[in-house]
Write a protein that binds this ligand. Sequence first.
Ligand SMILES: [Zn+2]
Length: 341
Amino acid sequence: MKAGLVRRVGVLEIDEVPRPAVGDGEVLVRLRAAGLNRADIVVRDGLFAEQQPLPIILGVEGAGDVVEVGDGVTTLEPGQRVVLLPMLVCDSCDACRSGRDSACRSLRFLGEHTDGTYAEYIAVPARNAVPAPDSMSYTELAASLLAYMTAWHMLVTRGQLQAGETLLVVGAGSGVGSAAVQLASALGARVIATTGTEAKREKLCAIGASEVVNYCDVADFSSTVRALTDGRGADLVHDAVGGATIQRSIQSLRHGGRLIGMGSHSGPHADILLYSLYRNEIDFRGAHAADSRELPDLLPMLCDGRLRPVIDSTFRLESAALAQQRLVSADRFGKVVVTID
Ligand SMILES: [Zn+2]
């Protein structure tokens, strides 16, 4: 089968590789689309500490059709359209039994710890193949589940966002950022979004942002957020940028506000003025991955169109290297997807 894989650090190749065999409890999926993530770049460049030894097929997200089921699989059958859940878990610990994948101590990911979705076929545990709504294309499916689940995990499960609250999304033009803007708006929050690209202003308003702050135009975006909230500050901040923005995210919050951090594209270390956390009794919470128990709340919002994935661009699998270039370009807005013929 055709696949996009890394044999040498830093080089993505498209080549023929053996089709994976389906094991007990697994299904074989003929993939039709794969969603790109920053993690793909990190793994390609050999910077992910836990990744499987090379070669590895990249790709965390994907959608396609079940073509074969392994022994013991009773929940799926060949021909079903599915979208893949990228979290691989032990399925037997207390956390897994209650659907809290993020708390499983054996948590691993497709495309990082095992072969991923830049491929014609993938074998995954049956629990990782989620029956998909017919209303969405393969491209939309491959672009949606992880971004919205991550946003849900950050905003709802970890952030306890309530209708009527004010949310600040820092770095709103990314896949997860744009999903967070849409989700929070659909849940009845007021959303202030930051971006560094003026062309993204209208796009962010179109998906639910009430106000957009171009951080290149202001000395300190937290001052703008305070001005927009009559000096009070936001109730919740969603920060997926990291070290470059975390201090200003803290300063954007009201007394007792919540800061949810996940991802650190701008660097893994942060210089935080502790006094700004303590004096304002800020609740700083981390978030990692997402939980399968969040799916029943999220899927109906995807099925009925309340959430519509923002697709920046699509490329054929053969052009996956170009797709990765697009992923890291400054004017990208939303998800980049490769389609698989
Ligand atoms: Zn587990």
